[in-house]
Design a protein around this ligand. Structure first.
Ligand code: DAH
Length: 362
């Protein structure tokens, strides 16, 4: 290689080694191989080279060109790899950090817990699920037809006042809008949506203008509905007795069915469980505690949903989820459910990985 080419090769290779990033690398490439680059100029000048030298000079220039192109490419790869490494290092995330402890100062730290209301809903779902019930959901903002009229609660029925309804502006499906005061409208929505046989529970939020130690304006109920041919009061009693004994984990829990009144059931029954009023112990003592409402679905409710009451029978029930949760865990006040106090949650929340326990406290 002639001296000038050797000098160009050495200079370019030094510049490549010094190029710290892709922009600097490109500047070196342009200075040598660009339109007015040093090597390009030498190639253009080949025509002026005496004929006897031209072949050797041409071969030397092409060899140098290939060598410098390869060197540029190698440097580009090295710079790109370094840039990627730098980016990976900068964006590194340490996935091994422990989660923040759930409870302040809690030993071992917990990632989070299941709220007792959610846990009760999981338990309800597990127990009724084993009996063949399916979970359905409906809107919190209901029409007063679904919430009242279709359930045989006419306009001036006292139950409308009893329930301290939150009325809302506007209409739902052509009827006055309300925040549902009970989960019973899910009976109506389910019977309108699907043909029997039906076996559903509907846990969810409900609303009434009421606020004290045992009432919250937003609370939760679970509704149950069974529609089948030949369903009797005996099925209702067996189903609810089994449920209450499984939920409270007391195999011989006394259960009493007491005649009552609800507009949407006939006959209607309130269900009591045995307890000791003085100690609060469930299943012991000689006192009774009212726990849920139930009954055989009223023929007029079946008819409102297009079912022939001579052909189809069924039973329904409804209960307050806060109430059964408080009883199960011996809680005196309902307000902490919704206050988000971490100390209360640390005490009452269930471990997220524990199976929904049917026979013991969380
Ligand atoms: N909806 C009633 C309430 O909020 C509870 C209830 C009672 C539901 C009897 C029922 C039932 O399905 O049959 O007080």
């Amino acid at each position: 290689m002639s001296d000038d080419l050797a000098a160009l090769a050495a200079r370019t290779e030094a510049d490549l080694a010094a190029a710290a990033d892709l922009r600097a690398l490109d500047a070196v490439r342009v200075a040598v191989l660009g339109k007015s680059g040093a090597l390009t100029a030498l190639l253009k000048g080949l025509g002026a080279v005496p004929a006897e030298e031209r072949k050797a000079r041409g071969a030397a220039l092409n060899a140098l060109k290939a060598r410098l192109e390869a060197a540029i490419e190698a440097r580009r790869e090295a710079l790109e790899a370094a840039a990627l490494q730098a980016r990976l290092a900068a964006e590194r995330q340490d996935m091994t950090l422990p989660p923040r402890p759930f409870a302040p100062g809690g030993p071992g730290g917990r990632a989070g817990g299941i709220h007792p209301i959610s846990r009760t809903m999981e338990e309800l779902t597990a127990i009724f699920g084993a009996m063949g019930f399916r979970v359905v959901e409906g809107p919190d903002v209901e029409s007063d037809w679904h919430n009242f009229a279709a359930l045989n609660i006419p306009d001036h029925h006292p139950a409308r006042q009893d329930q301290d309804t939150f009325y809302l502006p506007g209409e739902i499906e052509g009827h006055r809008a309300v925040l549902r005061t009970q989960t019973s409208p899910l009976q109506i929505r389910t019977m309108l949506a699907e043909p029997p046989p039906i076996r559903i529970i509907a846990p969810g939020r409900t609303y009434r203008a009421d606020h004290d130690a045992t009432h919250s304006p937003m609370f939760h109920q679970v509704e149950g509905l069974v529609i089948e041919q030949g369903v009797t009061l005996g099925h209702l009693k067996g189903c609810l007795t089994d449920f209450l004994r499984a939920f409270f984990g007391i195999a011989d829990l006394p259960v009493r069915f007491r005649s009552s009144y609800f507009p949407f059931t006939e006959p209607s029954m309130e269900v009591d469980i045995g307890w000791n009023r003085r100690t609060g112990e469930l299943g012991a003592g000689s006192d009774w505690l009212e726990i849920l409402g139930s009954g055989m679905v009223h023929p007029r409710v079946l008819a409102n949903c297009g079912l022939d009451p001579r052909q189809w029978q069924g039973f329904a029930f409804g209960m307050g989820i806060e109430r059964i949760t408080m009883l199960k865990h011996g809680m005196a006040d309902l307000r902490p459910f919704f206050e988000g106090d971490l100390r209360w949650l640390a005490h009452y929340a269930a471990h997220p990985l524990a199976p929904a326990s049917l026979h013991e406290g969380v």
